[in-house]
Design a protein. Structure first.
Length: 250
């Protein structure tokens, strides 16, 4: 079931691809994001989701500390019979985003975002890894008149507490994704996101790939709401997911 849930990433929801933006010294951002998953393969049907809270704090103008806590659930059926039905807290994450390069005249910036996850989720129920894991992401953002572009290249090293998971799942996960934002109006932004990452199942020949389309509505300068749909571009990715969230800055 770990294959249905990606590692915590706290981008401008509903995007998975992160941007180089930070909160500023002493500023906070609270995000509440949700994902509702529906996946079918033959006689098997899996539904589930995640509600994640992410709190960002500006340690400096170009450095953020990000704490994430997810709540996850899933239901797996075969021919209408329930095989698994679980829910609970997932693995807590702690990340640092450091924007180390800025070329303001060209609207270009680059950041690093290392992070670690702690085994707060029940790995026996498939809600976490069971061991401390970690990784890092390289983030590139380009801002223009009509919107923004973002590129992420990331690596995650997963460690597993259950021997069977360690035998069946890969430790090294690579991720590459690209996103764009277009300013439709002063308050509404259209977003698109495409990406691919290593299939966590050992021996799998196809890596999951996705596309996301959605909208962000800025109710005020410091409060956003968003919604989007995620589609799997191949059989290795979850068929579809609905995304929704809010973000408040203070």
């Amino acid at each position: 079931m770990l294959m249905f849930f990606a590692a915590p990433v706290y981008a401008a929801h509903p995007l998975i691809t992160d941007d180089t933006g930070t909160q500023g010294t002493g500023r906070f951002q609270l995000e509440l994001n949700s994902e509702f998953i529906d996946d079918e393969e033959g006689a098997f049907e899996a539904t589930g989701g995640e509600v994640a809270a992410a709190l960002s704090y500006g340690l400096a103008e170009n450095v953020d500390l990000v704490l994430g806590v997810p709540w996850m659930w899933y239901d797996v059926k075969e021919g209408g019979a329930t095989l698994a039905d679980e829910g609970g807290i997932g693995d807590l994450s702690l990340e640092v985003k450091w924007r180390f390069f800025e070329y303001e005249d060209r609207g270009l910036s680059i950041a690093l975002k290392p992070g670690v996850t702690f085994p707060t989720g029940d790995d026996i129920k498939g809600l976490g890894n069971g061991k401390v894991s970690g990784g890092s992401a390289l983030i590139v953002s380009k801002e223009g008149v009509l919107g923004k572009l973002h590129l992420n290249l990331a690596y995650t090293r997963n460690e597993y507490g259950i021997e069977e998971d360690a035998l069946l799942l890969r430790n090294d996960i690579w991720h590459a994704s690209f996103a764009g934002e277009i300013n439709l109006t002063a308050d509404i932004t259209a977003v698109g996101n495409i990406g691919q990452e290593t299939n966590p199942e050992r021996g799998a020949e196809e890596d999951p790939a996705f596309f996301i389309g959605g909208l962000i509505y800025s109710v005020t300068e410091d409060f956003d709401i968003d919604a989007g749909i995620k589609w799997g571009l191949n059989d290795a990715e979850t068929d579809r997911a609905f995304l929704a969230g809010i973000a408040a800055r203070f």
